[in-house]
Write a protein that binds this ligand. Structure first.
Ligand code: MV4
Length: 446
């Protein structure tokens, strides 16, 4: 096992990783920007080191500063968390070259999954369902017209180097194809430095369902079931739950086996997530793979009892997976609400000082956060300030518990998404499990 890990992140995930390290008896190094000098991750880590000024590009994305910090403190491994450098192949490669263990998959696997066309090709090879579409990049408008003729409208144009929904263009009518194609290419170039795009049949109002994978460096791969992340706004997930109300045990087994087979075929050897769309007839289609620990991992931890961050660290250290698929039992229902420092109706960031703070507690309530009374939420970073997670026997009980926990949660001085979550928990469609990715655009919240 590692003796010392550097955590190349901040906020709640830095704390989450430090907690896992402490329980594993691993020393921790926090890195921080000058704006984060009073942050909790700095206080609870064994050592800390400043890596630059507040802007992310000069601190949490500053590869040279982070590698230097690891070398200076003799850290054997770097945990990237999510966001920042977590899916940066160049960073993973540099870690490998410097003899530092990057806590994530091998850089070649990251590169393959980061390129959405090569990921699609890998899935085709393994017989994993994907939506009809291109097998290669769409070079020009003629090629785009040709593929649209073949698969029919509506289609969606996506960046090969993209992911997470950025820069996607939906085309419903032939007249808008040329413009959408040009815009998609320009945006792909601007966002990802690569103008290549691909085209898929557009699936209307799908559910976003993802399978959590745990793999080791010895060829063992299992899945921990699914999370339903359909409640999102502008590709920002707001509520996640496990299990999904759309997934029967038989479908879970089938999707899980597909996910395991696919990641085994590409030699994936860390924790990761296979993202699928599920249509109204319960057909599922592979979308992309996330090679990092995800924000919403706690709902899976609550229903399986498995600490996914610890498994990720063990796997990186070369320790064999201690579970077989048959050891994994799903228990009850878990829901996560993302508490953002944002206006609750317009979702605009709301940094500032917290002047009163009280967290909910009691049976089945978990708060993953880094803020505290009198803490100032900074304008430089993500607005996620806490994840409120509940676990209960049934989905109905989990909604009651979440409602109760939201009522108990006091955050004064800044606006948060707490009032938004209270309204969702009282929404009839949400309560009945009638959710899809169009839910938030459709429902009028009372
Ligand atoms: C799609 C899709 C429908 N059809 N692809 C969004 C995140 C990225 N990983 C994939 N995403 C989607 N891909 C096809 N072929 C729908 C989404 C999607 C979505 C699209 C528009 C508005 C909101 C959305 C929320 C989740 C997923």
């Amino acid at each position: 096992m590692f003796h010392k890990i550097l955590i190349a992140n901040r906020g709640e995930i830095a704390l989450r990783i430090i907690r896992a390290c402490k329980e594993l008896g691993i020393k921790t190094v926090a890195v921080f920007s000058t704006a984060d000098k009073d942050s909790l991750h700095v206080k609870i880590a064994d050592e800390s080191i400043c890596i630059g000024p507040p802007p992310s590009l000069q601190s949490y994305l500053n590869i040279n500063a982070i590698i230097s910090a690891a070398e200076l403190t003799d850290a054997e491994a770097i945990h990237p968390g999510y966001g920042f450098l977590a899916e940066n192949t160049a960073f993973a490669e540099i870690c490998e070259k410097c003899g530092i263990n990057f806590i994530g998959p091998a850089s070649e696997t990251m590169r393959m999954m980061g390129d959405k066309i090569s990921a699609r090709q890998a899935m085709i090879k393994e017989g994993i369902p994907i939506l009809p579409g291109t097998k290669e990049g769409v070079k020009d408008l003629d090629a785009a017209v040709k593929i649209v003729k073949k698969i029919g409208l509506p289609v969606i144009i996506k960046a090969t180097a993209g992911g997470g929904g950025r820069g996607m263009k939906i085309v419903h009518s032939p007249a808008t194809l040329a413009n959408a194609f040009a815009t998609a290419r320009a945006e792909a170039q601007a966002c990802f430095g690569n103008s290549e795009v691909y085209i898929e049949k557009y699936c209307e109002r799908p559910r976003h369902v993802e399978i959590q994978i745990v793999a080791d460096k010895h060829g063992n791969v299992i899945h921990l079931g699914e999370r339903d992340c359909s409640i999102q706004r502008r590709h920002q997930k707001l509520i996640e739950e496990a299990p999904s109300t759309a997934i029967t045990p038989a479908l879970r087994k089938k999707m899980g086996e597909d996910a395991v087979r696919a990641v085994r075929a590409v030699g994936y050897n860390s924790v990761g997530t296979m993202e699928f769309l599920v249509d109204r007839d319960n057909n599922y289609f592979f979308m992309e793979m996330n090679t990092r620990i995800q924000v919403e991992h706690p709902v899976t931890e609550m229903v399986t009892g498995i600490d996914i961050v610890k498994e990720q660290i063990r796997s990186a250290a070369g320790i064999k997976l201690r579970y077989k698929q048959s050891d994994i039992k799903m228990n009850g229902h878990a829901i996560e609400c993302r508490i953002n420092a944002e206006d609750s109706s317009k979702f605009t960031p709301c940094p500032g000082k917290i002047i009163a703070y009280h967290t909910p507690g009691g049976l089945g309530v978990r708060v993953d956060s880094f803020v505290y009374d009198q803490y100032t939420v900074l304008p430089h970073y993500d607005s996620l300030i806490a994840k409120l997670i509940v676990h209960a026997e049934t989905r109905k009980d989990a909604i009651s518990r979440m409602t109760r926990a939201l009522d108990e949660y006091i955050i004064e001085g800044i606006n948060t998404t707490i009032p938004f979550h209270k309204r969702i928990m009282a929404n009839k469609d949400f309560i009945e499990g009638n959710i899809d990715t169009g839910f938030l655009e459709r429902v009028v919240l009372e």
